[in-house]
Design a protein around this ligand. Structure first.
Ligand code: APR
Length: 234
């Protein structure tokens, strides 16, 4: 199975979080409790999200996403756990039922009270016409992007599916993640403790290099393209 982080999307023009110039080098995360507590904080969180969303909707799958789609199509990869919210795995051709988005999705919004789905375009309209964070059209509840923020409960079904996929894997390939954020980074740890070989592909050292049987230190696109070329060798 494959586990991806923001590093696989930088070649698509989406900055990651912890590289120089990454998102958290420019912004302090807004905790879920703060998002709930203040309408002003919700508006600031939405303004930030809409900037990220501008980048996401202009992005195309990169060589890493395409290689993973190729590995799934060839039957080498059963499941992709992604920490990313950009939906580029599906855009690259990975079937939706092979993807587990453990940090949610940035493609839409949800009411936190009733679960009603809201589209990002609608949120943009509400904010530009009212200069306030949107309220649910069905129940008046707080509307948030369908992503998981720091301090927000992880999605139970996705976490259970990710655990099952990890325990079932023959090989755990972690690509483009600093492997610093838990519980997500708990899956490569679980794989390693379950005697499933952990392979890490990343430009920089990660928090879990010591658990890996192999670390490929380099750019994801060229490494993944070379991997695919070798797979296709007779
Ligand atoms: N090739 C190889 N590695 C790359 C490339 C690239 N083209 N671009 C970036 N990287 C590496 C960086 O060196 C970095 O170690 O990808 C890693 C990305 O790490 P982070 O920015 O920490 O992103 P990620 O691990 O996905 O963060 C996990 O933290 O903030 C939360 O919810 C957010 O899902 C995110 C989680």
């Amino acid at each position: 199975m494959v586990f991806t982080g923001a590093g696989i999307s930088t070649e698509s023009g989406i900055p990651d979080f912890r590289s120089p110039g990454g998102f958290w080098t420019r912004h302090k995360p807004i905790a879920y409790a703060d998002f709930l507590a203040s309408a002003e904080t919700r508006l600031e969180a939405w303004r930030r999200f809409l900037t990220i969303h501008d980048t996401i909707r202009a992005a195309n799958p990169g060589p890493g996403h395409r290689a993973i789609a190729g590995l799934v199509a060839r039957g080498h990869v059963a499941c992709v756990i992604t920490q990313n919210i950009d939906g580029l795995d599906v855009a690259a051709g990975v079937p939706r039922d092979r993807i587990i988005e453990i940090h949610g999705s940035g493609t839409h919004a949800r009411c936190l009270a009733c679960g009603e789905r809201h589209e990002i375009a609608w949120v943009r309209d509400v904010i530009s016409s009212t200069a306030a964070a949107p309220a649910c059209t069905a129940c008046g509840g707080i509307v948030k992007s369908a992503t998981v923020s720091f301090g927000q409960p992880m999605p139970e079904a996705e976490m259970a599916a990710a655990r099952a996929a990890t325990l079932n894997a023959d090989l755990f390939l972690a690509i483009g993640s600093s492997l610093q954020v838990f519980p997500a980074a708990g899956f490569p740890v679980l794989a390693s403790h379950n005697r499933t070989p952990l392979v890490i592909i990343n430009r920089e050292e990660t928090g879990l290099d010591g658990l890996a049987v192999l670390v490929l230190r380099g750019e994801i696109g060229p490494l993944m393209e070379e991997l695919m070329a070798r797979l296709d060798e007779p």
